[in-house]
Design a protein around this ligand. Structure first.
Ligand SMILES: Nc1ncnc2c1ncn2[C@@H]1O[C@H](COP(=O)(O)OP(=O)(O)OP(=O)(O)O)[C@@H](O)[C@H]1O
Length: 609
């Protein structure tokens, strides 16, 4: 209960921060919604009373018109308020959605990549996903709850004057309903845990259906029937899981119906007895019986709304947990960014991913000197990308520290720290609508720099193939005319983006993996030029490319096992030598067999790939 109060205050605060005047209109709405059925009931009673009293017809019509006029005005106000709240609910939901998204973009990377972080975001995101979700309907729920409460108090007050026994019956009815709600609540965690697993399976399958990248496999492996079977079993499981809840709801509805019938029977018997004793006039009888009917409705609504709100408030936990995560990095004041050439030092750095048992980077120490071009090589999964993420400040070492010009990473404000890096990662890439927008990425436009990076990255030559040049749209989801860039073309755009940022540290993770040999060679020729005056890190599986670097580190199992120049490592005849020889062997084989040109692989691109 304490939690619910906390979340109730929390959501109340969110509404107040968004628009405090909503509370005033909510109050007006509650009063109008409560008054309308009551006024209609009073009108029925009055009409009978006037007829019985035999009031003059003009007077009767005047009174009737007055009452109907008031009811009409209130109906109009009610409709206007409904429209107002429909609109305001949506604005409120969108505002909270923007808050969640804004935080997501700024949230420290480790908080996002962990499974827990992803789940937190999904759960918080679900609360604003549609008008039917918590933030889309909360003011409606408050309005229903308060209206039901006010109505209940009013009708109980009315009929309790007639007979106190009503109070006992009503209390019993409410207690019974609350017990049912409690039973439902107790059942809810089991069901929702099982349903959540079922939903995950369902949405995963739905995503697979629509994933264009899988369309090839689905057809060639003839998976359609298999998919349909999985889908059918998920649906069947869902109905099975919901069975206990449905049974309980049936029992609750039966209890409620029986309770209301008993209450109504009692009301009629009472009324007839009172009329017979001339303790009740006919118009009072109408109010009395009508109040019982309205009361039954308000009790049901009140108990339902309490249960819904109770569930909703518990869901606020997801929002609270997402919005109030403790930052990992320094978001406050930091030391100034270095203006002189940059040196990076790793001191006994270890890092283990949250869901892993063994460290991906283990006790690593290395100094990367100002202006140095360092190649990082090693087998798949050796920890190369992780090392780079640590240096970039996307991950934080569990042990040891990373120093930039002698200052520990944590001394810098994290957002300023990111200004030090121009990166090209191998896996994901954000495309904006055109090639030009993608390269500039919201930075101020500098014509000379832009022209230079188009040239250096090889994008300039690529543009000649497109009629719209650098204004060529590249996101198919938003423009059906968009060009679908090949893997190699995309890699050139990525490189251009990194070069345009022109940060003092350049990090390239497999920048030429999708390039044809000629484009790759051109990039290498240019590499020395565009990495001039920068500290650069270069990950590549093509060991021939490391010859452009001053020094090479070889990673195995998260540790540096070899360091030196290409010549030194070849002379050492360790792993680097073996890997190099293995590749060289195939190159020689290829040359002998005159295997020509690799084809650029076309890959699906979207907003985010
Ligand atoms: N987000 C993550 N959560 C858990 N483990 C991860 C995560 N990212 C990477 N790993 C694991 O860390 C190890 C090192 O991954 P990393 O990507 O750094 O290797 P790599 O040397 O760059 O590999 P490759 O040459 O294949 O790109 C792998 O075993 C990988 O499964």
């Amino acid at each position: 209960m304490k939690k619910q109060w906390y979340y109730l205050k929390y959501i109340g605060k969110e509404i107040t921060e968004h628009k405090a005047v909503l509370w005033f209109w909510l109050l007006v709405r509650v009063v109008v919604q409560t008054a309308l059925p009551f006024l209609q009931l009073l009108l029925s009673a009055n009409v009978i009373q006037w007829l019985l009293e035999g009031v003059a017809i003009e007077y009767y019509l005047l009174k009737l018109a007055l009452w109907l006029g008031i009811i009409c005005v209130l109906e109009v106000i009610k409709s206007l308020l409904e429209l107002y709240f429909d609109k305001e609910n949506d604005i409120f939901r969108m505002t909270v959605m923007a808050k969640i998204n804004q935080l997501l973009y700024k949230l420290d990377y480790p908080l996002i990549i962990s499974e827990e972080g992803q789940e937190n975001f999904d759960k918080a995101g679900n609360l604003v996903a549609s008008p039917a979700q918590l933030f889309g309907r909360i003011t409606q729920e408050f309005s229903r709850l308060f209206t039901a409460f006010l109505g209940m108090v009013m009708y109980i007050g009315l009929i309790a004057q007639v007979d106190k026994l009503y109070l006992v019956l009503i209390v019993l009815l409410v207690i019974g309903l609350l017990i049912f709600k409690r039973l439902q609540k107790r059942l809810a965690p089991q069901i929702s845990a099982a349903v959540s697993v079922n939903n995950k399976r369902n949405s995963y399958i739905r995503r697979l259906y629509g994933d264009l990248r899988l369309a090839k496999d689905i057809r060639l492996y003839q998976m359609a029937n298999w998919f349909s079977e999985i889908k059918a079993s998920i649906t069947q499981d869902y109905y099975q899981l919901m069975q206990p809840k449905k049974k309980l709801m049936l029992a609750e509805n039966t209890f409620l119906s029986v309770g209301i019938i008993l209450l109504t029977i009692f009301a009629y018997i009472q009324s007839v007895r009172l009329i017979a004793n001339q303790e009740l006039v006919v118009s009072e009888f109408v109010v009395h019986v009508g109040a019982i009917t309205l009361l039954a409705g308000t009790i049901t609504e009140f108990v339902n709304q309490i249960a819904t709100l109770d569930q909703d408030l518990l869901q606020m936990k997801y929002y609270d947990e997402f919005m109030n995560q403790t930052p990992i990095f320094n978001h406050g004041e930091g030391v100034s960014l270095p203006t002189e050439a940059i040196t990076v030092e790793l001191r006994n750095v270890s890092y283990t991913y949250p869901n892993q048992n063994t460290p991906t980077i283990h006790d690593m120490s290395v100094v990367i000197q100002a202006g140095e071009k360092l190649a990082v090589v090693g087998e798949n999964g050796a920890g190369k990308t992780t090392l780079i993420k640590l240096i970039c400040g996307l991950l934080q070492p569990d042990e040891g520290e990373i120093l930039i010009n002698g200052q520990p990473q944590a001394a810098y404000n994290i957002h300023e720290y990111y200004q030090l890096f121009s990166t090209v990662f191998q896996d994901s890439f954000l495309l904006t609508y055109t090639i030009r927008d993608t390269i500039i990425q919201g930075l101020p436009f500098d014509a000379a720099r832009y022209a230079a990076v188009l040239e250096q990255s090889g994008v300039q030559r690529m543009l000649s193939k497109f009629a719209d040049g650098d204004q060529t749209p590249i996101v198919r989801q938003v423009n059906s005319e968009a060009v679908q860039l090949s893997g190699g073309q995309l890699q050139k755009v990525k490189l251009a983006q990194a070069l345009y940022k022109d940060a003092p540290i350049l990090i390239l993770d497999e920048p030429t993996a999708a390039l044809d040999p000629i484009a790759e060679d051109e990039i290498y020729q240019d590499y020395l030029r565009f990495s001039d005056n920068k500290l650069s890190l270069f990950i590549s599986h093509r060991l021939s490319s490391t010859r452009f670097c001053d020094r090479i580190i070889y990673l195995a199992g998260g540790e540096i096992t070899e360091v030196g120049t290409h010549a030194e490592l070849m002379a050492a005849k360790e792993n680097y030598y073996r890997l190099y020889e293995a590749q060289a062997y195939y190159y020689r084989e290829n040359i002998e067999h005159e295997v020509v040109e690799e084809e650029e692989e076309v890959i699906e691109v979207g907003g985010l790939i």
